[in-house]
Design a protein around this ligand. Structure first.
Ligand code: SF4
Length: 411
C-alpha cells in the first residue's frame, strides 16, 4: 500500500528538529536536515532481510515501491537527477565482495594501501566537488542488506597476511555516518574490529556520533574531513559546520574512539592561507594530539567530466575557476607549485603544535612529498609500512605485531 509521501528525518535528526523548534540545526546532533528520504525502492529479493525491516520501521511514512524487475529498474532509474537521487533510497543485495583495496589511480601517485568496505553507496550530503557525482551508475542512496559475510571477508584478509596491519574504512562511496542512525551498519563492524588486529576508520562530515556504542579505547577511529567554515558553507552543503564537527570529535573521544582528520580536498579559494591557519589553530587547541591516529592532505582533483556537472549543479561555486593541469591519472589538479605552496602552509601549521602525528598525502607524487616533508616513501608499500611503524610506536596499547618492511614489500 502506498502511503502519503512525507519527507523523513531519522529519529536522531528528528529529535534535533524538535529541540530547536524545527529550525533544522542542533549542536547536539550537529547536523542540519541532512537525511531527507522521500521514497524507497525495495528490491523484491531484499524484502525479508532484518535490515530492511529495521529501515522500514524507522521510515514508516515514506512510500515504498517493490521492484520485481531489477534490471529494468536500474536501466530507468539511471535517468534520475542527482538531487532527486539523494532523497531516494534503494534497498537491495550486492553480488560480490564488500571489502576491496582502495581504488587508487595510476602508479605515479603513492597510495597508502587502504581497504574500503562499501555496504552503502551514494550520499545524502551534497559537496560541490564530490567525485561520486560522476562515478556511480545508480544515482540513489543504496543500502545493501546482505552484509552478513563482511566479518568473514575481513578475517580472511587478515589471516592471509597476519604480519601486515590492515587499515579499512566505510567512507569511500558514502559518508560513513550520515545514514548510520538508521542502518546501524557501523556498530556491527566496530564490535567485530575490536576483536581483531586491524584499524577501522569511520569517516564523516556530520556530527552524528551519539548513536555509536561506547567502547574501550582501541583500534577504532572516527575521522573528519575538515575545511574552513567559509568553504564548508559554500562547498559542502548539508554537512555539519566546522564547530559541530570538532564538538562531535570531542564527544567521540569520550565514547572511546580515536580520531583522524582529512584535509582533503584542500581548496585554493580566496583567503585560503589565513583561513587554513585559523582552522589549524582551532583544531590543535581543541583536540589533544595523543588522540589523533593520522592526518591526510590532498588537494582538489577531479575527472575532467566533473567540471561540467559542478558548473551546472552549483553555478555559484568558485572551485573550478582556478587553473588546473591534467595529471598522469587523467584527473585535473592544481599546478604542482600551487599544490606545494598549499601543502607547505597546512603542513607547517599542523607541525607548529603537533610534532608526532602521522601525516601523509593522499595520491601525491614523490616530488611533492620531498618538497613538502623533506622525504618520500620509496613506493606505495613503503607508505603502508610507515603507517604500521608509526601506529605501533605511538599506540603501544594496541599491541600490534612488529612492523617489518619485508612484510609489506611485494617485490
Ligand atoms: S560527504 Fe563525501 S561522499 Fe558525501 S557528498 Fe561530500 S564528498 Fe561526496
Amino acid at each position: 500500500m502506498k502511503l502519503k509521501s512525507e519527507p523523513f528525518l531519522s529519529p536522531l535528526l528528528k529529535k534535533a528538529e524538535d529541540k530547536k523548534g524545527g529550525s533544522g540545526y542542533d549542536d547536539a546532533m550537529a547536523s542540519p536536515k541532512t537525511v531527507t528520504i522521500e521514497r524507497i525502492f525495495l528490491d523484491r529479493t531484499a524484502k525479508t532481510s532484518p535490515l530492511t525491516r529495521r529501515i522500514l520501521k524507522d521510515l514508516p511514512r515514506v512510500p515504498v515501491t517493490i521492484v520485481a524487475d531489477k534490471k529494468a529498474f536500474l536501466r530507468d532509474i539511471g535517468k534520475t537527477s542527482l538531487s532527486a537521487g539523494k532523497k531516494s533510497l534503494w534497498i537491495t543485495r550486492f553480488k560480490g565482495n564488500f571489502l576491496k583495496p582502495c581504488p587508487a589511480t595510476g602508479t605515479d601517485y603513492l597510495c597508502c594501501g587502504y581497504w574500503v568496505l562499501n555496504a552503502q553507496t551514494h550520499c545524502p550530503l551534497d559537496c560541490t566537488y564530490c567525485i561520486l557525482q560522476n562515478y556511480l551508475n545508480v544515482p540513489l542512496i543504496t543500502v545493501y542488506v546482505n552484509t552478513g559475510n563482511i566479518s568473514r571477508e575481513i578475517d580472511t584478509l587478515i589471516e592471509d597476511q597476519p604480519k601486515r596491519l590492515f587499515r579499512m574504512g566505510t567512507g569511500e562511496l558514502t559518508d560513513s555516518l550520515a545514514f548510520d542512525p538508521v542502518t546501524h551498519f557501523n556498530e556491527r563492524l566496530i564490535r567485530h574490529a575490536l576483536k581483531k588486529k586491524m584499524i577501522l576508520e569511520i569517516k564523516t562530515k556530520t556530527g552524528l556520533v551519539d548513536h555509536l556504542p561506547d567502547i574501550r579505547k582501541s583500534n577504532i577511529l572516527i575521522s573528519w574531513s575538515l575545511n574552513p567554515q567559509d568553504f564548508i558553507k559554500t562547498q559542502e552543503f548539508k554537512s555539519a559546520p566546522l564547530e559541530a564537527r570538532l564538538k562531535a570529535a570531542s564527544r567521540a573521544v569520550q565514547k572511546g574512539y580515536r580520531l583522524g582528520f582529512h584535509f582533503d580536498p584542500l581548496l585554493l579559494l580566496p583567503g585560503w592561507e589565513k583561513k587554513y591557519s585559523e582552522l589549524l589553530e582551532q583544531l590543535t587547541s581543541k583536540i589533544p594530539e595523543s588522540e589523533v591516529m593520522w592526518i591526510s592532505l590532498g588537494s582538489l582533483r577531479f575527472p575532467p567530466a566533473l567540471k561540467k556537472m559542478i558548473t551546472e549543479r552549483f553555478p555559484s561555486s568558485a572551485i573550478t575557476a582556478a587553473e588546473f593541469v591534467k595529471g598522469l591519472d587523467g584527473k585535473m589538479r592544481y599546478f604542482r607549485p600551487e599544490r606545494v605552496r598549499l601543502y607547505r602552509h597546512v603542513y607547517a601549521e599542523i607541525r607548529k603544535k603537533w610534532k608526532d602525528v602521522f601525516i601523509y598525502f593522499c595520491m601525491e607524487n614523490r616530488t611533492v612529498w620531498e618538497e613538502v616533508m623533506g622525504f618520500s616513501p620509496e613506493k606505495s608499500d613503503h607508505l603502508d609500512y610507515l603507517f604500521h611503524a608509526n601506529l605501533e610506536k605511538r599506540f603501544p596499547d594496541l599491541k600490534l605485531p612488529t612492523a617489518k618492511q619485508t612484510s609489506y614489500f611485494q617485490t
